[in-house]
Design a protein around this ligand. Structure first.
Ligand SMILES: Cc1ncc(COP(=O)(O)O)c(C=O)c1O
Length: 403
């Protein structure tokens, strides 16, 4: 399968924004006024003015869809399901009481950075850059390398923000398909690198949404061949058995990205990039000042002082992943893919993904339907590992569905 550029099947990944509502609005616009609930409101912006100024790549996109999860067992977003014991919550709240909300935060979040370096074993000679989630780091990197004729390369299926942010920044996106078993097609990636000379390559390790670790030797060949930077995105590192961190010093174009989101701190929005200072000092120039707010700095620093508590939760999730995997394997009609992350991808019989998703939802369980997210994910769904009780409800509901 050839590598896909970003103009193709972009919207497969995203929920289709209701065309009806857009058409209805356009009609109202043509009448010169925005009318809501039969009440005239302010004059609307003419569509052709919007089309004139908003780039086609942006107009073609749908905003990142986040479904309303209220009332559901939420197993759709790879979050850690656990909070902290009450005494830790009290200590954390006491700390926040003294936060100087009237002042801008430390622009470099130095204390937090030091703590992250220690907890994540970042080598002493590597520089670090923090982002408002690793999403923001992806954005900083792509913004800094963007330019006419330049490209971002990743694999498909992969993390959707690589492609979205390439679009935001007006760059070409090259998506090289994985093999059917979700392994890295290193020959295809190397050929695409040779052809497109991408400014940046993103490889998630483990990969989202497939959950597997790519072959390390293949990854190293890609790092050696890439003309620009290779970002190894270790968002799910906490659940995996391997890391590129010890190799950081050996490759001048290797950058390593982590997030605290999957470690139980998704609400804080904090990601980290480590690598050669020569690269990071350039990316730092496009970072918005004070991007890590004071509540995040204090809270993350506090949480990382209790890293053992976070580790215990991670270990629990890993154990529960193993149990859930075995239990799902015992259900007829499913193909379960091995995972080194905190989620499991599975395939249902042809044409059934939508009804399985809906029936789980009716049973109160929200997971992610990946069926439309590209050809390799046909009939696939992804479930996040929750608490033992949540996993049990998911399994019972799934087991009742007629496949
Ligand atoms: C592979 C990968 N990278 C990065 C992210 C973004 O993480 P953050 O919450 O730090 O923005 C995600 C989120 O799901 C992810 O799956």
């Amino acid at each position: 399968m050839p590598a896909r550029r970003n103009t193709e099947s972009k919207n497969e990944i995203f929920a289709i924004v209701s065309e009806k509502s857009i058409n209805a609005k356009t009609q109202r616009c043509e009448e010169g006024k925005e009318v809501q609930d039969n009440k005239p409101s302010r004059p609307c912006v003419e569509n052709k003015t919007v089309s004139r100024w908003i780039r086609p790549q942006i107009r073609e996109l749908s905003a990142y869809p986040v479904p309303d999860a209220g009332g559901f067992i939420k197993l759709d977003a790879m979050e850690n399901p656990y909070h902290w014991p009450q005494d830790k919550i009290e200590q954390w709240l006491a700390l926040l009481r003294n936060a100087e909300l009237n002042r801008y935060p430390d622009p470099h979040a130095r204390r937090l950075s030091d703590r992250l370096r220690e907890v994540m074993s970042v080598p002493a000679d590597a520089a670090m850059l923090l982002g408002n989630g690793s999403d923001e780091i992806i954005q900083m990197i792509v913004m800094a390398v963007s330019g006419a004729g330049r490209s971002v390369l990743s694999v498909e299926p992969g993390f959707v923000m690589y492609r979205m942010i390439a679009d935001f920044c007006n760059m070409d996106y090259i998506g090289v398909p994985l093999r059917e078993d979700f392994s890295l097609d290193s020959e295809a990636v190397l050929a695409a690198i040779e052809q497109h000379q991408p400014a940046v390559v993103f490889l998630a390790y483990p990969n989202n949404p497939t959950g597997n670790l790519f072959n390390k030797t293949d990854m190293l060949r890609i790092i050696a061949a890439a003309p620009g930077v290779v970002v190894v995105d270790e968002a799910y590192h906490a659940f995996a058995d391997d890391s590129f961190m010890p190799l950081l010093a050996d490759h001048e174009n290797l950058l390593l990205m982590r997030t605290v989101s999957k470690m139980g701190l998704a609400g804080l929005r904090l990601g980290m990039l480590a690598g050669a200072p020569q690269w990071l000092e350039q990316f730092d120039k496009v970072r918005l000042p004070y991007n890590i707010n004071i509540l995040t700095q204090l809270s993350a620093e506090f949480a990382l002082q209790h890293a053992a508590m976070l580790d215990a939760q991670t270990q629990q999730i890993k154990q529960d992943r193993a149990r859930l995997y075995t239990q799902m394997q015992a259900l007829a009609g499913l193909t379960i893919f091995p995972s080194q992350a905190n989620f499991i991808l599975f395939r249902v019989p042809a044409g059934k993904a939508g009804s399985v998703f809906d029936e789980l939802k009716t049973g109160g369980v929200l997971i992610k339907n990946m069926d439309k997210a590209g050809p390799l994910l046909r009939d696939c769904l992804r479930v996040t590992v929750g608490t033992a009780e949540e996993n049990a409800v998911f399994l019972q509901t799934l087991a009742k569905i007629n496949l």
